[in-house]
Structure formats: C-alpha cells, structure tokens
Write a protein that binds this ligand. Structure first.
Ligand code: FAD
Length: 158
C-alpha cells in the first residue's frame, strides 16, 4: 500500500488535535490527523472556562463558539444534595457548549483549510529511528511518514 507523507501527523481528533491542526495549517504546514473513532469524539469539555475562551478569542473563534453557547458566571457544586462549594467567574463568565459541537466547529475550519483526516484509523506499528518517530503503519496497511508526530490522543496516550 502507498505511503503518505506530510509535515505533521497528529494522533487524535479531539479538541487538542483539531485545534493544533488548524493552527499548523494556518502556518502552511501539511497536516494529517489520525483518529481511531469513526468521527470526532463527543465526550469532553462542555464547560469552557476563561483561559480556554481567551485562547479561542486569540485565534478569531470567540464569536463562532460563543454564538450558540450559554453564558454563566457561577457554578455551585453539590455532594449528596448539599451545596459544598461556589465558584464565581466575574470577568465575562464561562460558556456551556456541548464538546461535540465545539470540536465540530474547529474540525470544519480544519477541513475547509485543507487538513486531511483519517477516521477509523488504528495504529498497528510505530517505527522509531533517528531520535523520533519515522513512520506510522495503520492496522489496514496504510503508512504515514511525517516530519513530526504529535500525540493528541488523550489521557491514555499511545
Ligand atoms: C465526561 C467528560 C467531561 C469533561 N468536562 C470538561 C469540562 O466541562 N470542561 C473542561 O475544561 N474539561 C472537561 N473535560 C476534560 C476535557 O474534555 C479534556 O481535557 C479534553 O477533551 C482534552 O482534549 P484532547 O484533544 O487532548 O483529548 P480528547 O478529547 O480525549 O481526544 C483524544 C482523541 O484521540 C483519539 N485517540 C486516542 N487514542 C488514539 C489512537 N491510538 N489512535 C488514534 N486516535 C486515538 C480519541 O478517540 C479521541 O478522539 C471533560 C472530560 C470528560 C471525559
């Protein structure tokens, strides 16, 4: 099977992987994102707190993300029905937006800007040499050669 070459291969199409892919693509890098699932993930950060909102704003995504979200400035935590802690967010509050929608927005920007996504892509082998990853071989035999390989594959990173 043919080998694909790219500047950067990103493993994982979650918020981290998609966002990084978008930034690298905007800097002219040729990026391939490998995702084991059939599509972008659905479970994750539904609450966007101020640091995350600031990052999105810095890259021109604040309006797009904020338009359909719920703005709140107060979280009350409960344990067995009793309130145990209050957190307040005075400077603009936080945003509630389903993770899937958030990742989908960034995924759509990536896809429009030319990032290639391989879904249902399980890694079979990682060839290491010269101080880094040289080539990824997928379970279906496809091979990917990248200048840099980034693991954005969540808490149980391969
Ligand atoms: C239920 C839940 C609720 C959360 N709520 C919040 C919240 O409200 N606010 C907040 O700030 N944070 C929250 N978090 C944490 C937040 O979701 C994570 O910090 C964030 O998703 C991390 O993004 P990521 O892109 O690094 O990883 P992920 O979103 O986990 O994405 C990793 C991707 O990599 C893929 N992958 C994994 N292994 C491989 C492999 N070997 N090959 C190919 N692909 C692979 C996975 O399928 C997944 O799509 C929550 C997390 C969970 C699970």
């Amino acid at each position: 099977m043919a080998t694909t070459s790219c500047d950067v291969a990103i493993v994982g199409a979650g918020l981290g992987g998609c966002f990084l892919a978008m930034l690298l693509r905007r800097r002219g890098q040729n990026v391939v994102v490998i995702e084991q699932g059939p599509s972008i993930p659905s479970a994750g950060a539904d609450f966007l707190k101020p640091p995350g909102l600031r990052v999105l704003a810095r890259h021109g995504l604040a309006d797009l993300v904020g338009r359909h979200g719920l703005r709140r400035d107060h979280i009350r935590y409960y344990h067995d029905g009793d309130p145990i802690q209050d957190c307040r967010f005075p400077d603009g509050g936080f945003l509630i937006r389903p993770y899937r929608e958030l990742v989908e927005l960034i995924y759509t920007c990536c896809a429009m800007e030319g990032v290639e996504f391989w879904f249902g892509a399980e890694i079979g082998d990682i060839a290491v040499g010269g101080g880094g990853v040289e080539e990824l071989t997928l379970a279906d035999g496809r091979r990917l050669r990248a200048g840099v390989v980034v693991g954005a594959d969540g808490t149980r990173s391969l």
